[in-house]
Design a protein around this ligand. Structure first.
Ligand code: FES
Length: 184
C-alpha cells in the first residue's frame, strides 16, 4: 500500500498525466499499539466517530495520501472495524455511478477483513484488487501450499475442464486478484 501511495504521488507530480489518481488509506488495528504504521506525533487526535481523512500516518503523509485510522477498542481514531469506517466513507462520498466507475479499492491484511471489503466493493460495483494471504512455503509455484479457488472465464478451458472454477497459486498467479474472481 505504501508503494501504491508512492506511485500515486508520482502521478500527481507528473504534468503529463491527465486526471492523476488520488488515494485515501484506511488503516485498521485492534488497538493503537498494534497499528503497524507511524502516527505522526503532531497529528490531532481524530474523533471516535469521524471518517474524515487526515494526514496522520507518516508513511502515507510523505506521499500526500490522507488516512482514516480505526481501532476496534477506540484507543485511536474511529472506534470500530476498518470495514465499518470504509463503508460509511463510500456511502458518504462515493455515491453516484460515475464516482464508482472511477474508483478502485486495493486491500491487504487479514482474510476476514479482505472478504468484507470485497463484498462491499462488489455490492457497489466498484473495482477491487485483493492481495491475498496464503501460507507460502516455497514462493515459486512448487509446493502448492498457497492455492486459492478462483472463478474461470471459460469453463471449457483447462485446468478442471468443465468446471466454472479452478485453483490458482497466490505466489505465482497472484498475490493480487480481482475481488469478483475470488472464491476464497
Ligand atoms: S508457495 Fe509454494 S506454490 Fe506457492
Amino acid at each position: 500500500m505504501i508503494y501504491l501511495a508512492e506511485k500515486l504521488s508520482r502521478e500527481l507530480a507528473d504534468p503529463s498525466v491527465h486526471n492523476p489518481r488520488k488515494g485515501v488509506a484506511f488503516c485498521g488495528a485492534t488497538t493503537r499499539d498494534l497499528l503497524a504504521l507511524t502516527v505522526t506525533p503532531d497529528a490531532p487526535a481524530p474523533d471516535k466517530t469521524s471518517i474524515a481523512p487526515l494526514y496522520n500516518i507518516r508513511e502515507f503523509q510523505k506521499y500526500n495520501v490522507p488516512a482514516v485510522i480505526t481501532t476496534d477498542d477506540g484507543s485511536y481514531g474511529f472506534k470500530g472495524y476498518v470495514t465499518e469506517a470504509f463503508e460509511r466513507y463510500l456511502d458518504r462520498w462515493i455515491t453516484d455511478q460515475a464516482d464508482r466507475q472511477k474508483t478502485v479499492i486495493y486491500t491487504c491484511g487479514p482474510e476476514g477483513m479482505m472478504k468484507t471489503v470485497a463484498q462491499i466493493a462488489i455490492r457497489r460495483n466498484i473495482a477491487c484488487q485483493v492481495c491475498v494471504e496464503r501460507a507460502m512455503a516455497c514462493g515459486m509455484g512448487t509446493c502448492q501450499s498457497c492455492c486459492i479457488r478462483v472463478k474461470k472465464d471459460d469453463p471449457s478451458s483447462v485446468p478442471l475442464k468443465g468446471s466454472d472454477w479452478c485453483y490458482r497459486l497466490a505466489c505465482t498467479d497472484g498475490p493480487v486478484f480481482q475481488a469478483e474472481k475470488l472464491l476464497w
